[in-house]
Design a protein around this ligand. Structure first.
Ligand code: SF4
Length: 290
């Protein structure tokens, strides 16, 4: 038996005796402070145990500590609201009732559940195919949408149409498009938490009726609401999470792209992922977990 094989045999014998003594874990590393100092370089022991000449057998493998699996990416949870404020007026529909999108839209028409209602020109409920496989969710209507009662009709809407038709390769009328808020915040300011609280049952019901195969979240507010997280959009974009089991991909809002055209390249990457899933060429790789 050569020297290396003999060392391997001695090492295995040592490990067996350790296991018999109740030791079920050994460190393969040697802490620096425990390395014996050699009296003379010529007689110094090897710093590491020799590699066995063959792969470890199952008995040896059982004694080698296994590396822990890498943790899955997690989402920062939504903060709990400190002051929920007064109860909004009751919903104008039964959330558990079977109903069509048209019936829901008729019920929502005239809503004054939050402070945005009195200031709107038109309520912007949503538009598109009621049996869509892809639902696109934005933030809130802007001035053009408020004037026409249709989501995404201004310059951002034109960009969205290009994103849908030229990149995902689906006619715009085949998808369903809506926002978290159905009424325009004044001056296009960000949605406020109490407004989202009042309006979100409508979006929940829209998605429950349509039951899409895929959701595309546009911008921070849509992505954070759908995924129930405070994780920044820069970390959410390009990754799939789930909204009530449905794969949900986040990307930047077209209005943001109008101000930051350099990031079109990132959005293109994101949309190509959506395209592959939409057309059944790839499975949604869920990367975001709560
Ligand atoms: S934003 Fe939503 S909850 Fe507020 S008034 Fe409009 S439809 Fe009603």
């Amino acid at each position: 038996m050569n020297h290396r094989a003999e060392l391997a045999r001695e090492l295995l014998g040592h490990l067996r005796s350790q296991r018999a003594a109740g030791v079920d874990y050994v460190s393969l590393g040697t802490p620096r402070e425990t390395v014996p100092q050699a009296a003379h370089p010529a007689t110094a022991p090897p710093a590491r145990a020799p590699e066995p000449e063959t792969a470890p057998n199952p008995e040896q493998q059982a004694l080698i500590p296994q590396a822990a699996p890498a943790p899955a990416p997690t989402l920062a949870p939504m903060a709990k609201r400190r002051d929920p404020g007064p109860e909004p007026p009751p919903l104008p529909f039964d959330p558990d009732a079977d109903m069509s999108l048209d019936q829901l839209e008729a019920a929502v028409d005239g809503c004054l559940r939050c402070k945005l209602g009195p200031g709107r020109t038109n309520l912007v409920f949503g538009v598109g195919n009621p049996a869509a496989n892809l639902v696109i969710v934005g933030e809130a209507p802007g001035a053009n949408e408020d004037a026409e009662g249709i989501p995404f009709v201004g310059r951002a809407g034109q960009m969205l149409t290009k994103m849908i038709e030229n990149v995902i390769e689906v006619p715009r009328q085949e998808v369903y498009i809506c926002n978290i808020l159905k009424c325009r915040p004044p001056g296009n300011r960000n949605p406020e938490p109490d407004e989202i609280d009042c309006c979100e049952p409508y979006l929940h019901k829209q998605l429950a009726i349509i039951q899409p195969r895929l959701i595309l979240a546009l911008g921070k507010f849509a992505a954070q609401w759908l995924l129930q997280t405070k994780t920044p959009i820069g970390r959410l974009r390009g990754k799939f999470g789930r909204y009530q089991g449905i794969p949900c991909l986040s990307t930047y809002h077209p209005a943001y792209l109008l101000r930051n055209p350099r990031d079109k390249r990132l959005v293109l990457e994101d949309l190509l992922k959506a395209k592959a899933v939409y057309h059944g060429e790839a499975e949604a790789e869920i990367e975001l977990f709560r």
